[in-house]
Design a protein around this ligand. Structure first.
Ligand SMILES: [Zn+2]
Length: 300
């Protein structure tokens, strides 16, 4: 439970924390904060229920992390999602309550805190192409030019998500900003995958549709000790109950079935679940004794 959502600030999120997985170290990076309408974040759930989990500010917005993973595999340094980046103007930053400044972004500061630079990143995985997940794929350079933020990396997304992001219909347009990803493709750095893919030994991309039709999550390692990066399938720990589904989701009934599958498997295989947007609980494991999805108390 969190007190005073309006007072929650970026200083409440540690820049980097490090987990050990069965296949290598996993740095949990905080790329910044955004603030989104609490009602939209909780869909059909009434405010008296959700505001007990994450309190809203005076504009009804709740604070949300933009958490990314940096995975040290023997074959590659893999970044999963890239936060919101530094290209948007002041009006945009006000609307979404963005706090992610650094040198040039808080994500880059976090990568350096882990002992690396953007040039060291060899693979960037996008769970999907919404601006709070792929905004940091590109960077505005001091001369104003927009360039890939990780120029030595191959970028990977589901082919269906790429095509969907370019449909440009009225319902999805505000979330897919071409400057976040088209310059990467123009530089020839994007690779597309179709369905479940073992991208590297120990790193598996798993389609988890519902939020968008080709949204994917990332499984690092296997069995006990595996880490599952949920992305927007279950954005915060408050979204663990099956019907707590975001109003933003394009196919909520698909999300429902994807959650049912993922939570069953996470409980059976004791996966550590990482929540991309939870402001206070970055990860947790399901209690195997509970039929409902309930997290075990946080480990010290
Ligand atoms: Zn998101």
């Amino acid at each position: 439970m969190m007190e005073g959502g309006s007072e929650f600030g970026i200083e409440d999120l540690p820049l980097r924390r490090t987990l050990e997985s069965s296949v290598g170290r996993v740095h949990v990076l905080e790329a910044g904060l955004q603030r989104l309408d609490g009602g939209a974040m909780f869909g059909v759930v009434p405010k008296p229920l959700w505001e007990r989990r994450i309190p809203a500010d005076d504009r009804n917005r709740i604070p949300l992390a933009m958490r990314c993973l940096l995975v040290e595999l023997p074959q590659a340094l893999v970044l999963v999602d890239t936060g919101a980046g530094n290209k948007e103007d002041e009006k945009f930053r006000q609307i979404y309550g963005l706090e992610n400044a650094g040198t040039p972004t808080r994500l880059e500061d976090a990568i350096r805190d882990a002992g690396f630079s953007p040039d060291d990143v060899s693979v960037v995985v996008n769970t999907h192409l919404h601006f709070d997940h792929a905004g940091g794929d590109t960077v505005r350079l001091p001369d104003g030019e927009i360039a890939p933020a990780f120029p030595r990396a191959r970028y990977v997304v589901q082919r269906g998500e790429w095509e969907f992001a370019h449909r440009n219909n009225e319902r999805i347009r505000a979330s897919y900003l071409p400057l976040n990803f088209d310059p990467v493709a123009n530089a020839g750095l994007f690779d597309f995958v179709d369905g479940e893919t073992e991208l590297l030994p120990g790193l598996r991309l798993i389609p988890t549709p519902g939020h968008t039709p080709h949204h994917q999550s990332v499984l690092i390692g296997a069995g006990d000790g595996a880490i599952f990066f949920l992305a927007d399938l279950i954005p915060t720990a408050a979204h663990l109950p099956l019907p707590w589904i975001m109003g933003y989701d394009l196919e909520p009934l698909v999300t429902l079935e994807t959650k049912r599958w993922a939570l069953d498997r996470a409980r059976d295989e004791r996966w550590l679940l990482v929540f991309e947007h939870d402001p206070v609980r970055p990860w947790g494991r399901l209690d195997p004794a509970e039929k409902r999805p309930v997290l075990l108390p946080a480990e010290a």
